[in-house]
Structure formats: structure tokens, C-alpha cells
Design a binder for this molecule. Structure first.
Ligand code: ATP
Length: 234
């Protein structure tokens, strides 16, 4: 049996809303394999960020299964889920959220440092990743010395430090101009190919969709039927 990197099965997510509840996700199924780059589009409020949060194991679904690398996340204790997230999931948010006082390479090392791991082990990897994202010459620069696009590249490199199987990306180009946006999406394409990550990118930039392998459309908390292959014209 093929194990998919990310498998969401019949996921529903309800948020309390006064007396009743709001269904942010409604019976969503999603499968992403290693080396696959999927883009997630849909109107504001359709559930894209909620879906990423559930896939990232940051939010527990009301019902349904999240399976990462063959492991059913709902069966895990809190500490085990945190460990799975750390080891298997890379998350790239819209805003890089870099620490102002740290250099680019230190941004990549801080996680291992906080976990009490010897930083010298990670140093080689951090420099290698900065090279991959095109920042070899900027390893010792602090965020204010970097452009918006360069900061987002540090963000991408940082997400790769844990060698994730699943890479979840929430609107990585929202704060960037056209040229920098395209180069970030091209970088995510290259990373997906080179590291065989299962990459899911929420985006409003429809012009970059051809750089991804497939497009999934959400509407009112559901995967829109138009995005299903069976609904496409023959
Ligand atoms: N923490 C929360 N508590 C209550 N309702 C929420 C919460 N987060 C999201 N929602 C609601 O869930 C629905 C889906 O929101 P979500 O942020 O997932 O949509 P989205 O497609 O990512 O939107 P956008 O493109 O604007 O970021 C919306 O109706 C939203 O108001």
C-alpha cells in the first residue's frame, strides 16, 4: 500500500459561534504525495487557513482523520503530536516573523538551540539551506538588512531545518511584489522537487498556479467539485 505524506480524511471543523457553531471545514478529503506541489485557492473565509492549521496538527478537527507519513495524528498524545509536527511538518506563514536581533543563520539555529541540541551539528545544514535559497552571502545579516523577498527566503530555509515531509505554506507572496513573488513560488517548486516534500500552498496569486502540480479549490468549507478530476470535461 502506498503511504501518502499527507492524508486528510473526512475532516470537519466547527468553531463555536454564540449559541450555535460555524462549520469552517465540512467533510474535506485531501491526499498529497511526496514531491507533489498542490495549491489551495478559494474565496476569503472558504476554509483554506483552517485546512492548513488542521494539516499542521495545530488545530484538532471536530471529526475526521489526519494521517501524516502513515501516522494517525488523532491517536497520538499531545507530546507525541508535538514531536511529529517538529519532525515531519514545516510551516511557512505569510509574514516571516524573524527575530530582529538574530542573523539569518541564527534564525535557522534558534530552534535547535532552544531544544538544547548542540548547535554545531546544525550549523552546516543551516549554511547549506541558506545557499539553496540563494542567501549564502547574507548568512550574517539581520532582518533589517534584508529585503522582503530575502526575509521570506530565510523563512523558507528555516522551515526546512527539520527535514519535513510535509511543507505547509500560507500565502507566501502576500507581502511581495510580482517579481519576488514569482521567485518565491519557483523556489518552493525547486524545494518540493529536491527534498520530495508534500507541499501545500494557500495562494491568491492565480498566475503562479502553473508552477504547481494541481489546484484544489475550496468554497464554504468544502473542496469545490470543480476541482475534482471527475468533474473536468473529457
Ligand atoms: N479561530 C476562529 N474562531 C472562529 N471562527 C473562525 C476562526 N478561524 C476561522 N474562523 C472562521 O472559519 C471560516 C474559515 O476561515 P479561514 O480563515 O479558514 O478561511 P480562508 O479561506 O483562509 O480565508 P482568507 O483567504 O480570508 O484567509 C471563516 O468563516 C472564519 O470566519
Amino acid at each position: 500500500m502506498v503511504t501518502h505524506a499527507l492524508n486528510l480524511i473526512d475532516i470537519s471543523l466547527e468553531y463555536p459561534d454564540g449559541e450555535s457553531s460555524l462549520k469552517a471545514l465540512d467533510a474535506v478529503d485531501l491526499v498529497v504525495g511526496r514531491g507533489e506541489f498542490l495549491s489551495l485557492v478559494g474565496p476569503s473565509g472558504s476554509g483554506k487557513s483552517s485546512l492548513l492549521a488542521v494539516a499542521a496538527t495545530l488545530v484538532k478537527p471536530t471529526s475526521g482523520l489526519v494521517v501524516i507519513d502513515g501516522q494517525d495524528v488523532s491517536a497520538l498524545k499531545d507530546a507525541e503530536r508535538t514531536a511529529l509536527r517538529r519532525d515531519k511538518v514545516g510551516i511557512i506563514f505569510q509574514q516571516p516573523n524573524l527575530l530582529p536581533s538574530l542573523t539569518a543563520v541564527e534564525q535557522l539555529l534558534i530552534r535547535d538551540h532552544l531544544r538544547g541540541k548542540a548547535v554545531h551539528e546544525a550549523l552546516g545544514k543551516a549554511h547549506e539551506l541558506l545557499k539553496i535559497v540563494g542567501l549564502a552571502a547574507s548568512a550574517n545579516k539581520r532582518p533589517h538588512q534584508l529585503s522582503g523577498g530575502q526575509r521570506q527566503r530565510v523563512n523558507v530555509a528555516r522551515a526546512l531545518m527539520g527535514s519535513p515531509t510535509v511543507l505547509l505554506v500560507d500565502e507566501p507572496t502576500a507581502a511581495l511584489d510580482h517579481e519576488r513573488s514569482e521567485s518565491i513560488v519557483r523556489l518552493l517548486r525547486r524545494i518540493t522537487d529536491e527534498f520530495s516534500t508534500a507541499t501545500v500552498m494557500v495562494t491568491h496569486d492565480t498566475e503562479f498556479l502553473p508552477l504547481t502540480d494541481s489546484v484544489t479549490t475550496m468554497r464554504d468549507g468544502r473542496i469545490s467539485p470543480a476541482a475534482l478530476p471527475s468533474a473536468l470535461p473529457n
